[in-house]
Design a protein around this ligand. Structure first.
Ligand code: 6R9
Length: 573
């Protein structure tokens, strides 16, 4: 094998040999692990929660350790089953049924998880949102999905523009708003208190949808990625082999449920394997994070490069105050994991950080570094057994090792998205090359079969692990009265991966000032989300555009990086 390598640690892993698994693996064998294989009755939430209680004797086992700075709570699998049953019953009481979209817009808390699982048990489609979303982002998503209900908190209710959402009938309020409940608002706690904890769960088809997650592309509004119950097959097996979950593990996935990682690997994978999960609410503080690992004896820890880089920049002295010896397995996803961070992980935790690659659209992990395999720092690893990934050119030819091209996945893995909500053309774009899903990322494979990420092919920005579409930010910017036109790019940043940089041209009569700059940043924060606001703004007389009027972000990027601008033949004079 070539290049820098970190050898395997001698633990007893679920996956013993990657090569052997690749040869003998079949998804059909994994299906036999589920109850529905015997009973024919399908619901991912049954397999993830109820089955642990009713069939596996894990009712008194802790499902969730929740904590933030004000609250600490333990939820057993039985409690998780009963409370999610209750919420499913509440939904039924209000006539909300199978296939209807119910959104969740609230900070991390046990109530969020009861609600999420209740929606799925009722056969509904859950739409988790980041609590950071502002009114415009909330409206776009609820409107597109024609959501009938939302679960939220008093602090966030003002960001839900009811008048503009004719389909939205019910707002379940977790907590007591000042001045009481408004029209269409329902007291979540009061309803839960009255609801039965017994439920006739809604049995569904494996191909029935359960999750709608909005994600950004380079053009247009965010698109609704739709996932089905069948994804459980992949969540289960990747949880076993990539997360390497063992029955007695304490597992902490730091991702928010507004992000696919916080659902596929913050709920489904650990619950399907019946392990104990840790959920931490509140803001990020290095001390709190290390203390969480120490106090709860976390063994398996799944986080993201941006978080590791923040921990790294907080300094190694802090780490010495905590006992982190419980950690066995550490993983990362969301952005390129810098080799420097992998080396830091070896130094401070004496553990390898295992990078893996996947997307909202893939629903589950696709490429990974496995614990039983040497790590090459900077590489995403190898495709999951049973999944074929390749580097292909625009015609669909598989490229030889070391050649850069489209990172693509052979169509048809279990957790693949099944639709872009109400937008078949967008869905078909991903499958434009016969037999393949084209990810939009570019990469190459080395001679040992390891994949190396190179960049996005479109202009999507990845800031602290969040995908931000430049078009959405540009559209918001030009809504501001001072801005004539705007072009937005990702600028490389040592902590956040990329930051959002906006180039703008001002309208006649406006002059640039620090006040105007803060006003504009605030405008985007309030209109979209804090993470979508530019951290840098540069004013230009004019922006580079194509003859058809498209802002040429590639030219802006070249300006920013001091690189040659390349072919400018399509640029207006
Ligand atoms: C799970 C998730 C997907 C995009 C993806 C790629 C980037 C994710 C990565 C990575 C380099 C990794 N990405 N993992 N880039 N190395 N290990 O992140 O989903 O939010 O949809 O983002 O993130 O560009 O295409 P999502």
């Amino acid at each position: 094998m070539q290049g820098e390598q970190i050898p395997v640690f001698p633990f007893d892993y679920n996956l013993k040999s990657y090569d052997e698994a690749r040869q003998h693996f079949s998804w059909a064998d994994v299906e036999k692990e589920f109850s529905w294989y015997q009973t024919g009755k399908v619901n991912i939430a049954y397999e993830a929660v109820d089955r642990n209680v009713l069939e596996k004797g894990l009712g008194e086992k802790v499902c969730l350790h929740y904590s933030d700075n004000l609250r600490q709570e333990t939820v057993t699998y039985r409690q998780m089953m009963e409370r999610s049953n209750q919420f499913a019953n509440v939904l039924r009481k209000y006539g909300i049924g199978k296939g209807e979209r119910v959104f969740i817009f609230m900070p991390r808390s046990p109530e969020l998880y009861y609600s999420f699982l209740g929606i799925v048990k009722n056969g509904g489609i859950a739409g988790p949102l980041f609590e950071a979303f502002m009114e415009g982002a909330v409206r776009d998503r609820l409107a597109d999905a024609e959501a009938v209900a939302i679960i939220t908190t008093p602090a966030l209710r003002k960001r839900i523009p009811k008048e503009e959402l004719p389909h939205l009938k019910h707002i379940f309020m977790v907590g007591n708003p000042e001045g009481g409940l408004g029209e269409g608002e329902i007291d979540w706690y009061a309803e839960m208190y009255q609801a039965s904890s017994e439920l006739e769960i809604e049995w569904v088809d494996r191909e029935d949808p359960m999750l709608l997650l909005y994600t950004s592309g380079s053009t247009g509004k965010p698109k609704g990625v739709l996932h089905v119950h069948n994804g459980m097959i992949q969540h289960y097996q990747t949880g076993k082999w990539i997360l390497d979950l063992h029955p007695d593990d304490i597992y902490w996935c730091t991702a928010d449920p507004g992000w696919v990682t916080g659902i596929s690997y913050g709920v489904w994978a650990p619950y399907l394997l019946g392990v104990t999960s840790v959920i931490r609410g509140g803001r990020f503080r290095p001390e709190d994070w290390y203390k969480t690992i120490q106090d709860l004896k976390v063994n398996v820890w799944y986080s993201a490069p941006t978080a590791f880089r923040m921990l790294m920049s907080a300094g190694d002295e802090i780490i010495k105050q905590f006992d982190l010896s419980s950690l066995r397995h550490v993983l990362s996803v969301g952005e390129p994991l810098n080799p420097e961070v992998v080396r830091w992980g070896m130094k401070v935790f004496n553990r390898r950080i295992h990078d893996n690659w996947w997307m909202t659209e893939t629903g589950g992990q696709i490429i990974s570094n496995y614990p039983c395999m040497p790590i090459k720092p900077g590489s995403m690893g190898k495709p999951f057994p049973g999944i074929e990934a390749a580097i292909i050119d625009d015609k669909g030819n598989i490229l030889p090792p070391l050649q850069m091209g489209n990172l693509a996945v052979r169509k048809g893995w279990p957790s693949m998205m099944r639709q872009i909500w109400k937008n078949p053309p967008k869905y078909n774009e991903y499958f434009r090359i016969e037999g393949w899903y084209v990810s939009g990322d570019s990469a190459y494979m080395d001679e040992d079969g390891y994949f190396w990420f190179q960049g996005r092919i479109d202009d999507v920005i990845n800031t602290s692990g969040e995908r931000v579409g430049p078009f959405e930010v540009e559209s918001k910017l030009v809504e501001h009265s001072a801005i004539a036109e705007a072009g937005v790019i990702g600028k490389p940043d040592p902590i956040r991966g990329e930051i959002i940089k906006a180039f703008i041209a001002l309208r006649e009569g406006y002059t640039w000032s620090d006040e105007l700059q803060s006003e504009i940043i605030d405008f985007v924060k309030k209109g979209l989300a804090a993470h979508a606001a530019p951290r840098e703004i540069e004013v230009r007389d004019k922006l580079p555009k194509t003859r058809s009027g498209k802002i040429m972000r590639r030219v802006l990027k070249a300006w920013e990086l001091g690189l040659p601008t390349g072919d400018l033949s399509t640029m207006e004079d």
